[in-house]
Design a protein around this ligand. Structure first.
Ligand code: AMP
Ligand code: MG
Length: 424
């Protein structure tokens, strides 16, 4: 693959690339192709710190001060000079509270009662914790001496003045809100929200709340898409369920592409299918149609319609979710401005049941990670793995990711899993 190959060239003539086979696209290769054509949003806005949760920083944040700002005690105890540690018996000359310092200088043979977070009084450098002392009127006796400089949090220990704290392209999490607050910064520069328009296609689709006739199905894809997009902090534009009617589909596609940064459709992109979507995408966009060597989610379309990025997902409900998590999620995070999105973590665990799997394609089976009777975390498949069985996604807390080379597995085999839920 050469990076200067344009999307137009690939969409018009896929066979121009030696290593490009739209009929047997490997999962990793599809990801690589998608990545090279993404242009992240560039518009920025100033946000109150709390509003930046889940947003991507548009500028580096430097520390305007040392954190902590002054040397302070990490424990409740007595502040003293390290050179007095061998003295064992010291006179208590005052108290230092968090927010209320002891203003005098501490001399040899003296100490100051100190609370956690209180500034270290002048002349002191070490704290002996309360539990290692015995009080005796105005004096304390040290029962167990700490190491010199023990139990002190030094100025700049967390962050140093001028240090880069978070960089442009960072996705803001709860710890980051606290970190930025600890610097006294009230507002941050973030990229604007990404806008994603989506619609379902199919004559058989009916909206929830309406009666269902034979041959019809409720449109569930717009609900899973809504959920996945909203969790990513995206501004969603729901364009509805559109019948397989070329005029309606064309209107909706064009309207979506002018309103949003990204357009996602589900259904009607199967390779070889005589479909209006494919004709419309060829007419109005630069779109590649792939058969990805994976299950579920074989047909996948990717490209641009006007200035909008386009993802054509398969119609089957589980395939929508799998292709979203495997291809679209990472692309959207990049389009939101995130520099290097962390891929969904993948690790190995033992599978407690046998698994049926065809080699030659990557399978994303739905799994349940559970603590077994011996206390070890293991995984088991959710049961039947059909691409239309949304209940399997609902039951699952992970994908069991079985590479191309893997075939049937016996119970007890080690498998790779990707966890679906994290700390929220
Ligand atoms: P398609 O990719 O359009 O051939 O659709 C494949 C399968 O997914 C068919 O059984 C469709 O009825 C089903 N399907 C397509 N779109 C949806 C949707 N939005 N909600 C639920 N099922 C769908
Ligand atoms: Mg269809």
């Amino acid at each position: 693959m050469t990076s200067d190959t344009s999307l137009q060239t690939l969409a018009n003539n896929p066979s121009c690339m030696d290593d490009y086979d739209p009929n047997a696209m490997h999962v990793a290769k599809a990801r690589e192709y998608i990545q090279q054509f993404l242009n992240p949003v560039s518009e920025t806005e100033t946000l109150a710190l709390r509003d930046s949760l889940g947003r991507v920083l548009a500028a580096d944040i430097m520390s305007p001060a040392n954190v902590p700002n002054y040397d302070n005690s990490a424990m409740d105890g007595y502040a003293l000079k390290a050179s007095d540690l061998k003295t064992q018996r010291l006179k208590v000359v005052g108290t230092a509270f968090a927010g209320k310092a002891f203003d005098d200088t501490v001399s040899d043979g003296q100490c100051v009662r100190i609370m956690t977070g209180a500034a270290m009084p002048a002349g002191t450098d070490t704290v002996v914790v309360q539990e290692k002392t015995v009080t005796d009127g105005e004096f304390i006796n040290i029962s167990e001496a700490p190491k010199p400089q023990a139990n002190v949090r030094y100025a700049g220990e967390d962050l140093k003045l001028g240090q880069s704290v978070l960089t442009k392209g960072h996705l803001m999490r709860p710890a980051d809100l606290g970190l930025i607050a600890s610097l006294g910064i009230a507002e941050v520069q973030a990229y604007r929200k990404l806008k994603v328009a989506f619609f379902s296609t199919g004559d058989e689709l009916v909206g929830v709340g309406q009666p269902l006739k034979t041959g019809q199905v409720y449109d569930s894809n717009r609900y899973t898409l809504f959920g996945m997009l909203t969790r990513l902090g995206i501004e969603v534009i729901d364009m509805g369920a559109i019948a397989d009617n070329p005029t309606l589909l064309e209107e909706t596609l064009l309207s979506a592409s002018t309103q949003a940064d990204v357009v996602i459709t589900s259904g009607g992109v199967s390779v070889g299918e005589a479909d209006y979507m494919k004709l419309l995408l060829a007419k109005h966009g630069q779109v590649m149609f792939w058969k990805v060597a994976m299950k579920p989610g074989r047909p996948l379309a990717y490209g641009k319609v006007g200035n909008a990025h386009y993802f054509g997902l398969p119609g089957n409900p589980v395939a929508v979710m799998v292709t979203f998590y495997q291809f679209v999620r990472d692309a959207l995070l990049r389009l939101m401005g995130q520099s290097n999105p962390i891929p969904l973590a993948m690790f190995q665990v033992q599978c407690s049941q046998a698994i049926k799997k065809l080699s030659g394609r990557t399978e994303f089976q739905r799994g349940i990670l559970f603590t077994d009777t011996d206390g070890t975390w293991r995984v088991k498949p959710t049961g039947a793995q059909g691409s239309a069985l949304l209940s399997s996604m609902s039951l699952a807390n992970c994908f069991i990711v079985l590479d191309d080379a893997v075939g049937n597995l016996d119970a007890g085999a080690m498998v790779q899993v990707q966890v679906l839920d994290g700390i929220i």
